[in-house]
Design a protein around this ligand. Structure first.
Ligand SMILES: [Zn+2]
Ligand SMILES: [Zn+2]
Length: 355
């Protein structure tokens, strides 16, 4: 029994134990509460965080079985009695979290991802909801979510290529908007992967002059096609001389331990480096790299619900989606290996009708 509530079983792909391959199973979804919507999931993106989590690489153990997936796109198939925002048939998405305390200063300010209340931000999977039940993510046929934590996917965006916007898209949109990427600003995107390629598209659409800093020039043609104005290889020391003091903003999507001093040296006075990737080890920083030039180093985590909706509307307006490879559910484990080998351009999306 699960807390005395009634549930429906839905088909899903789950990791039964740390590092175990994902396999088909069923997980419970709660019956619709008054403010809940039932979503018939159509597509779920594969985020690098999914892989870290099922491999228990982020130190918090994990509550197995884990159904990953926080880039969810689907269609509303039922609504609770008091739902006002959505109707059956609406195209909707769910991102990295499905609830928060709703009363702390951050929740009231639309910064639910930084909820400081007792409940905290309830992650879409591998977390515990306000009823004390495990949350299961989007590698599944259906999900039940409070209408206030769902997003509307504009008609202009195809559901498959929109799914990755719910994590990769907002992860880049939020810092680019917060640090005001736009006309006259020089923005560098470090790494051209699932996150970075969205950074290039969004920063370009915002009007910034965009430079990709990638280990090699292997994806240069892609980068320029996606909207970058310049593309440099960071394996070439001349890059750091040529670009010294250039950027207003650097968004670092790489999870490896980069030489922070070298990258901080690329910022102009008052510039900011925003760290988005999460290396396993701390990043050493020489204070003078910050002091000389009043530079900042900052972090940013996804975005709030209102900002995520703003991002989806922005992407619809500018025709932005993720570059994707759609796969059937039986290829999830193979896709994980390919993500780890950086062999994807640029996001795998699961067709959940194959679960
Ligand atoms: Zn993610
Ligand atoms: Zn809160």
């Amino acid at each position: 029994m699960l807390g005395g509530m009634t549930h429906t079983s839905v088909a899903a792909y789950a990791a039964p134990a740390p590092k175990a391959p994902l396999e088909r199973t069923t997980v419970p979804r709660r019956e619709l509460g008054a403010h809940d919507i039932l979503i018939d999931i159509k597509f779920a993106g594969i985020c690098h965080s999914d892989i870290h989590t099922v491999r228990a690489e982020w130190g918090d153990g994990g509550n197995f079985p884990i159904v990953p997936g926080h880039e969810i796109a689907g269609v509303v198939s039922a609504t609770g009695s008091e739902v006002t925002r959505y109707q059956v048939g609406d195209r909707v998405g769910v991102g990295c979290f499905v609830d928060s305390c709703r009363t702390c200063d951050n929740c009231r300010a639309g910064l639910e991802q930084y909820c400081t209340g007792e409940l905290g931000t309830v992650n879409t999977y591998n977390d515990t909801d306000r009823n004390g039940e495990a949350t299961y993510g989007g590698y599944a046929t259906h999900v039940v979510v409070d209408e206030n934590y769902a997003l509307r996917i504009p008609d202009a965006l195809p559901l498959d290529a929109a799914a990755p916007l719910l994590c990769a898209g907002i992860t880049l949109y939020s810092p680019l908007a917060h640090w005001q990427a736009g006309p006259g600003k020089k923005v560098a995107v470090v790494g051209l992967g699932g996150l970075g390629h969205m950074g290039v598209k969004i920063a370009h659409a915002m009007g910034a002059e965009v430079t990709v800093l990638s280990q090699s020039l292997r994806k240069k043609d892609d980068g320029l096609r996606l909207g970058a104005d310049h593309y440099y290889a960071t394996s070439d020391p001349a890059t750091f001389e040529a670009l010294a003091g250039t950027f207003d903003l650097i968004v670092n999507t790489v999870s490896a331990n980069l030489d922070m001093g070298a990258y901080l040296g690329l910022l102009r006075t008052n510039g900011t480096l925003v760290q988005l990737g999460v290396p396993e080890q701390p990043l050493p920083i020489a204070p003078f790299a910050l002091i000389g030039g009043r530079r900042s180093i900052a972090g940013s985590l996804i975005g709030g619900i209102a900002e995520t909706q703003e991002m989806l509307d922005f992407c619809a307006e500018h025709g932005l989606t993720s570059e994707i490879e759609v796969i059937s559910a039986d290829r999830i484990n193979e896709a994980y290996e390919r993500v780890l080998a950086s062999d994807v351009r640029y996001r795998f999306v699961i067709d959940t009708s194959t679960i």
